[in-house]
Design a protein. Structure first.
Length: 285
């Protein structure tokens, strides 16, 4: 067996920085998730509500349940690339550039698309009553305010909400630049534009080997996928985490005069059963 080139720790950290900077959903990652074997372990705390107080008497005891919820990853995707030894010799560090480009151009958009689709397809979340294309910036503001009112009625915390909006719609609102539009956007902790190409209610993964799917990646599901106009997310409603593995580079050997580098990402994304009202979906018909 030939020896492998071990990638520098700094390089692996650089890929994580590329992910954090490029993935629109990375701010929702659960940094408390623990990886045990093949599962992610999520800290779960449940308490009881208030009870009446009587002067001179003790507090009424309440139950607290603390434990770890096991989550099996439902996202597991990757690729392996071969780089000719001469190309590596002439260009130097090419295998690093390949992994970084793959992460930025292909892996990140797919991770976002997978997560948006998982969130949008969760049962019992809040959503627009009649799906429709939003005509203009003014209509967008009306729709967002209606969504915020719906979340308010369901006692979703007002602080910390994140607005993910289809990029062209959001630009139109920002160009509108009225007092009402500024106040609406200012109500969110973050306002994030999303390219429509990764903003669907359902996606289908290409398998990378079947004719017509060799390029890998994903597409909007033909039968059920809808374009998302905007998605409001309260971070407490989401559980998600990923683990990236980049194997050591296999150097040229007797069979291949080439370097081979692989990149794999696995993880999960879910809406908490008791926080479904922390999500609001508005999508096209």
């Amino acid at each position: 067996m030939p020896n492998s080139i071990t990638l520098p720790v700094q390089y692996l950290e650089a890929l994580d920085l590329i992910y954090k900077a490029g993935a629109l959903t990375s701010i929702l990652d659960n940094t408390d998730a623990k990886i045990v074997g093949k599962e992610f372990k999520i800290k779960k705390v449940t308490t009881q509500g208030p009870a009446p107080m009587t002067r001179g008497n003790a507090f009424i005891a309440g139950d607290v349940t603390v434990g770890w919820q096991s989550v099996t990853p439902d996202y597991d995707r990757g690729r392996k690339f071969t780089i000719d030894a001469l190309d590596e010799m002439e260009l130097g560090g090419l295998y690093m550039d390949v992994a970084a480009e793959y992460t930025r151009v292909h892996s990140i958009p797919e991770i976002d698309a997978y997560r948006f689709a998982k969130i949008a397809s969760a049962s019992s979340i809040l959503k627009v009553g009649t799906p429709a294309t939003i005509a203009d910036a003014a209509a967008f503001i009306v729709a967002v305010n209606a969504a915020m009112g719906d979340m308010d009625s369901n006692e979703v915390p007002m602080e910390g909400r994140i607005l993910y909006a289809e990029a062209s719609l959001l630009r139109a609102v920002q160009a509108l630049d009225t007092t009402k539009s500024r106040e609406t956007l200012a109500a969110f902790a973050k306002v994030i534009p999303v390219p429509q190409a990764r903003f669907y209610t359902a996606i289908t993964f290409n398998d990378g080997v079947t004719e017509g799917q060799t390029a890998g990646g994903f597409i909007k599901t033909v039968s059920t996928g809808k374009d998302i106009n905007f998605l409001i997310v309260h971070p407490t409603a989401i559980e998600q985490a990923i683990k990236r593995t980049v194997t050591p580079v296999d150097p040229p050997d007797a069979d291949y005069d080439a370097y081979r580098v692989s990149n794999r990402v696995y993880g999960y994304c879910a809406v908490k059963d008791n926080k479904v009202k922390g999500i609001y979906l508005h999508h096209k018909a």
